[in-house]
Structure formats: C-alpha cells, structure tokens
Design a protein around this ligand. Structure first.
Ligand code: 13P
Length: 265
C-alpha cells in the first residue's frame, strides 16, 4: 500500500478525536458514577483532543444532565433511523437526537452490520439523514479476518468508503469521522500493529482523495478502533494517518478512558 505523503501532514491540523463506544453497557445510574470519576481525570481546559461519549440511547439524558452544558465532552448515539418519524417501532430519529443535544452518531458499526444485516447502501441513507440534521457521523468500516486473510482488505475498505459515502459532497466528507475497526480486533484483545493500522488508514485516505478530492482527504478524521487500551494508544495515535480512537472495552472505566485521551495529546 502507498504510504501517505508526510509533507502534506506537516501542514495539516486535524484535531484528535477519542470516542467511548459504550455499546450495550452502562445504564443511567452507572453513567453518573463514570462521569463523576471522569471529570476528576479530565479538565474542561483540555481542548487539544475532542472527547466523545457514545452511551446507549437510554443513558444519553443522564450523561447530558451531568455534563450540564459543558461542551468539553461531546455526546453521540450508537445508531439512528434513516426515516423522519412514524410507525417504526424501536427506532430513534435524528430529531430526537438533536432534542437531546447529540453532536455525533456512530453508524455502520460492524456489530450492526453483523447482527442487524446493515449494508453499505442502508448505512449511506443514515449518514445522509444525520448530515441533514447537523449530526456528525462516525462511520465505521473494517474487514473480517477471513477477508484480510483472503487478500480482500483493500476491496472491502474501498467498497465501504465508496458505497457508504455515495452522493456526499467533498465538504460533507471533510467533516466526517471515519473509524477503521478491523472486525478481528474488536473485543478480542488483538490490536492491529501500528504499522498495519497506519497502512489501512493511508489506504482509506487515498480512496477518499481519489473519490472526493485531496482537500476532503486531508481534512477527514480517521479513528482506529479494536482493542485500544492505555498501553497501545500512544503508538497508534502517533501514526500520521491515525487521528484518534473509537474505544469499546477500555472506555467502560473512567481512568482507562482518560489515560487513552491523555495518550492522544
Ligand atoms: P473494543 O475496544 O472493545 O475492541 O471495541 C472496539 C469497538 O468496537 C469500538 O466501536
């Protein structure tokens, strides 16, 4: 894979973004305990890194209540409907996320692709819906072990980028967050090596440059996700095309999530 041109990066400034994907963990009461501990670890002055918490829907109001308007931590949802409103049992709309003050929404996570059959085309509709509502998508992509070992890494990543972002403008793509999460590294304790992760990120940025132009590619923020922890975060984050992390298990405890944030500064 071609390495990204480092001379471009010297002139770029992409603010790192570290997000906690709590998945189906942490209800409202536990979230309040988490945030009490987390606030002690992270000060509002720490502006060098965008920090995001992505709780289950039902926990979002409790998180907002504790943050009490503090904008030093952004809040996201784990999914959103591609519809406006109406008879769609179990769904949550962008209007509802806006009412709660959600700034981000995670879309296309591999667990939603795997357990809920979400396709690139369907996720594309949700991305467009989020953008129309002013919510920043954190678009997740990544290959399975079978695909990687079968030599399909680049084909899979390319189709996820091109099909998932189909119809977006270069400006919209520039404002996105894309999380590269190799499925084999999620929750397994197996992290991609920093070099492998960098190669995949550089490839993704290259696909964006080819599809949406160099400016969008230079501005879009790419996160790595998959068994990120305090011990490996700094090395991953020091790679030129890795602009942050989407963290699962290690973001369930305030001290370890805070340690990962500090590694990105
Ligand atoms: P883990 O950090 O638990 O591997 O989860 C990664 C992930 O899926 C974040 O969205």
């Amino acid at each position: 894979m071609a390495r990204h041109n480092k001379t471009i990066l010297i002139t770029m400034s992409r603010t790192p973004i570290i997000a906690a994907n709590w998945k189906m963990n942490i209800g409202p009461a536990e979230a309040k305990e988490f945030l009490a501990a987390f606030k002690n670890e992270i000060t509002c002055e720490c502006k060098a890194v965008d920090k995001v918490i992505v709780p289950p829907f039902i926990t979002i109001p409790a998180v907002m209540e504790v943050l009490n308007g503090c904008t030093c931590v952004g809040v996201g949802a784990q999914d959103v409907s591609d519809r406006d409103n109406g008879a769609f049992t179990g769904e949550i709309s962008t209007t509802m996320l806006n009412e709660l003050g959600c700034k981000y929404v995670v879309l296309g996570h591999s667990e939603r692709r795997q357990y809920h059959g979400e396709t690139n085309a369907y996720i594309n509709k949700k991305i467009k819906k989020a953008l129309a509502a002013g919510i920043i998508p954190i678009y997740c992509i990544g290959e399975t072990l079978e695909q990687r070992e079968g030599g399909q890494l680049e084909t899979v990543l390319k189709s996820q980028v091109v099909e998932g972002l189909e119809g977006l403008t270069a400006e919209e793509v520039a404002g996105l967050v894309i999380a590269y999460e190799p499925v084999w590294a999620i929750g397994t304790g197996k992290t991609a090596s920093a070099a492998d992760a960098q190669d995949a990120h550089a490839f993704i940025r290259g696909v964006i440059a080819a599809t949406f132009g160099q400016d969008a590619a230079d501005k879009v923020r790419l996160q790595y996700g998959g068994s990120v922890k305090p011990g490996n975060a700094a090395e991953l984050m020091s790679q030129p095309d890795i602009d942050g992390a989407l963290v699962g298990g290690a973001a369930l405890k305030a001290d370890s999530f805070a340690a990962i944030i500090k590694a990105a500064v």
